[in-house]
Design a binder for this molecule. Structure first.
Ligand SMILES: Nc1ncnc2c1ncn2[C@@H]1O[C@H](COP(=O)(O)OP(=O)(O)OP(=O)(O)O)[C@@H](O)[C@H]1O
Ligand SMILES: [Mg+2]
Length: 224
């Protein structure tokens, strides 16, 4: 489903070049649940941004379901993102004055779905993530765990083939982490391919395969 071959990625700042990913390769099959661990600043989010078609590598190749991402322009990338990918970011941004269904339906505004249909689907997703009793809340009125559920509901809005989640349990206590992880496992069991970044060994163990980011490359850590 995903084939990454020898990608390099560096950032150029005035007076310095920061090399983050070095000849990194990764294969992800349909239905996989992959966790990526590793110390802060080692390039995990950088990799997820590349997988999420939010950025492109300096060199190497990246193929996502027969699409050669490494050769696409911004418009084509945006289209792939909308059609295939759901993203849960390390820090979640909501629109404060919109209620939860409208926040979850935001991806629908870009694909031309009507407001009514968008809200209907969003309400279904909010129920699915256990927030059916919070539909008239604003984002500022949620707990951390609830916010992450909303972020996941929004990431699922366009029925993605792959969910990319950057520290979805980062600021949560054990109980809430377990609930989010169980939810992800349920989605994976229904066929969703998941790539998850986490610092938490317990969370990572929910995945079938665990990789660790080290020296710009991924080391296989556990799982098949
Ligand atoms: N846009 C950017 N411009 C310049 N440097 C950047 C940029 N984004 C990230 N970096 C640098 O690249 C390195 C990798 O960053 P990245 O965000 O991928 O790390 P990470 O593994 O996700 O860390 P964390 O666990 O703290 O989230 C860091 O040293 C960071 O300072
Ligand atoms: Mg990060």
């Amino acid at each position: 489903m995903i084939q990454v071959r020898a990608i390099d990625k560096s950032y150029t700042l005035p007076g310095q070049k920061i090399t983050v990913l070095k000849k990194l390769s990764l294969d992800i099959a349909e239905g996989d649940f992959v966790a990526i661990m590793g110390p802060s600043g080692t390039g995990k989010s950088t990799l997820l941004n590349l997988l999420g078609c939010l950025d492109i590598a300096d060199s190497g190749s990246f193929i996502l379901e027969q699409n050669t991402i490494s050769k696409m322009d911004d418009r084509a990338l945006a289209e792939i993102r909308n059609r295939k990918l759901g993203f849960v970011f390390q820090s979640t941004i909501f629109v404060d004055y919109l209620d939860l269904p409208d926040n979850v339906a935001i991806p629908g505004f870009y694909s031309g779905m009507s407001h009514f249909d968008g809200r209907q689907r969003a309400i279904g997703l909010l129920k699915q993530v256990g927030l059916g009793h919070r539909l008239s809340h604003l984002p500022g009125q949620l707990s951390g765990g609830e916010s992450q559920r909303v972020a996941i509901a929004r990431a699922l809005f366009n029925r993605p083939r792959i969910l990319l989640a950057d520290e979805p349990t980062g600021n949560l206590d054990r109980r809430n982490s377990v609930e989010i992880v169980n939810m992800l496992r349920g989605l994976n069991a229904e066929g969703l391919t998941i790539v998850l970044i986490t610092h938490d060994e317990t969370v990572a163990r929910a995945a079938g395969k665990i990789f660790t980011m080290q020296d710009g490359e991924l080391k296989h850590h556990a799982g098949q």
